[in-house]
Each structure stands twice: as structure tokens, then as C-alpha cells.
Design a protein around this ligand. Structure first.
Ligand SMILES: [Zn+2]
Ligand SMILES: [Zn+2]
Length: 286
């Protein structure tokens, strides 16, 4: 990638038209990243599942080869493009995910929880996380699922950690502490990173995922970070990364991870200066 002078981080969360609710090809996102002067980009569309699970918001299994071809086309223009995937975690997904993720040459696997309920028999019946409002049980269950996702060892990065707040719902501070800290401990133990996701600044909550409080707790545990815009159209690549990077710095971060073949290496937040001692080793994965 041809680098322009920048203080912005790489964008490790972007989508494509294949997920049915985004626009554009990988190449469109890669060109947008170059226009913004970002130091890198990962294409991380919503991965398929053979189960009857939320087919409305993801590529079909037989579209996955199209996805690979789209990333390959982008790589012909920019060999540094990462092949990523946003893979959902839900109860019962492990045996599929373990085999499927290992079968493809991913550089980066985002682990996401978008729903609290197990897959229904019929497609499209799931209620999104953020439709639960301020129900305490929803936040509690969510962080328990995050902990299980970490324990699974199948994913590299926890995406949009507190996305339940999307429509403005918030737990009590004391509840957040009780439920989030054990989840963060499990993330740290698993050697996972978390994503600083700027899409919350486009949503009703108008706040980066995760909140400054969660990010400070993550920093205390030396949990590494990456940045993502969650772009669903090319124009959103690098969305408000200046603010996201500023928040990370205010919470004590100076480094983010650079991924390749599912190994994270620390670099400065703007991706330009490899530095010495890692914040935490992210380790290799299956
Ligand atoms: Zn999406
Ligand atoms: Zn997501």
C-alpha cells in the first residue's frame, strides 16, 4: 500500500455486498482506505454458517468462493490487504467454526456476538442484541457469552465489545463491573485482542465501542487492540478514526496489533512504527 503521512490506524473491520446489507466490493474498500491514507485494511465480511442462523445478514456458504475471489482481486492492486472474516459466536457453533475457520487462510478472525438466543429453526427470527434495551438480564447474558467465546479459543479479536448500547441502553456501573470484568479476564487469558469500533459514533449511542471505562479495564489487563470502522459502504472506511485513536490513547494505549495469518504483532497505533516489547502476545491459532 502506498502510504500517505497519517496518524490513523489500519481498518480491520469492513464488509461487502455479499452480506446482503452492505455495498461494494473488497477493491472499493481498499481504494477508500488508500484515499484516506490508512496504513492497512482487512476485509471482514459476515461469514456464512451452514446452520439456520441469521441467513439474512451474511453470505451464503456457496458465496464464500466469490468472497475469496473479491479479496484476491483487491490484493492484485494491494498485496497487503488482509483476508479476514467476522464470525459469529453462538452456543453450539463451536464444532462448525473450529473446522471451517481452520480450513481457510484467514489473516484475522473477528469474533462477534450479535444475538443472545440460540439459533432458531427458521431463519430471520432472531432479535438483535440492541433490541433488548436496558434489560439487565440481557447485559449479563451477553458478557457471559463473551467469556465463552474467549474460552473457545477460536477467534482472534472480540468485535464491538459493548454493542448492546447501540440504541442508548446502559447497564448500571456496578453491574457493568460485575459482568464485564470476568469477561475481560477471560479475553486476556485467551490471548485475544479487542476491537475499538467507531461505528457506535454513527449509531444512536454516539460512542465508540467499547466505552472508555471498558477500554481502561482492558488496558489494565494488557489486552491488545485493533481498530475497525465496521464500514458497510466504502465511504465509511476509517470512519472517525481520529476520535477512536484519541480515545484509545486517552485510555493508555500506544500500540495496536498488526495481523498476518492470525498472528498479531504490536505496532504503534498509526501502524507506522514497529516497536519492541509486545503489550501481550496474541499467540498462534488453529
Ligand atoms: Zn453488518
Ligand atoms: Zn458485527
Amino acid at each position: 500500500m502506498i502510504l500517505a503521512p497519517t496518524m490513523l490506524p489500519a481498518d480491520y473491520h469492513t464488509h461487502t455486498r455479499l452480506c446482503k446489507h452492505a455495498a461494494g466490493e473488497p477493491l472499493d474498500y481498499v481504494r477508500a482506505a488508500r484515499r484516506r491514507g490508512l496504513p492497512g485494511i482487512a476485509v471482514t465480511d459476515h461469514g456464512p454458517t451452514p446452520l439456520e442462523y441469521d441467513g439474512r445478514h451474511r453470505m451464503e456458504m456457496d458465496e464464500f468462493p466469490d468472497y475469496l475471489r473479491g479479496v484476491e482481486t483487491a490484493r492484485q492492486e494491494d498485496p497487503s490487504v488482509l483476508l479476514g472474516i467476522e464470525a459469529d459466536y453462538f452456543e453450539g457453533c463451536e464444532s462448525f467454526m473450529e473446522g471451517w475457520l481452520a480450513a481457510h487462510p484467514f489473516d484475522l478472525v473477528l469474533g462477534s456476538i450479535h444475538y443472545l438466543e440460540p439459533p432458531p429453526r427458521e431463519k430471520n427470527e432472531l432479535r438483535h442484541l440492541w433490541d433488548f434495551g436496558a434489560i439487565r438480564a440481557a447485559w449479563k447474558r451477553y458478557f457471559e457469552l463473551v467469556g465463552r467465546m474467549a474460552d473457545s479459543g477460536l477467534y482472534d479479536v472480540v468485535a464491538h465489545l459493548d454493542m448492546l448500547k447501540r440504541n442508548g441502553s446502559r447497564p448500571l456501573d456496578s453491574d457493568l463491573r460485575d459482568w464485564a470484568l470476568p469477561a475481560l479476564d477471560r479475553i486476556a487469558r485467551a490471548g485475544m485482542a479487542i476491537e475499538v469500533n467507531s461505528s457506535g459514533l454513527r449509531h444512536a449511542v454516539r460512542e465508540v465501542y467499547p466505552s472508555p471505562q471498558l477500554l481502561r479495564w482492558a488496558r489494565e489487563r494488557e489486552i491488545p487492540i485493533v481498530f475497525g470502522s465496521d464500514a458497510h459502504e466504502p465511504e465509511q472506511v476509517g470512519f472517525k478514526f481520529d476520535l477512536a485513536a484519541q480515545q484509545a490513547r486517552e485510555c493508555g494505549y500506544t500500540q495496536a496489533l498488526l495481523f498476518k495469518r492470525r498472528i498479531g504483532s504490536p505496532v504503534s497505533i498509526d501502524g507506522s512504527t514497529p516497536t519492541g516489547r509486545p503489550l501481550a502476545s496474541s499467540g498462534s491459532r488453529i
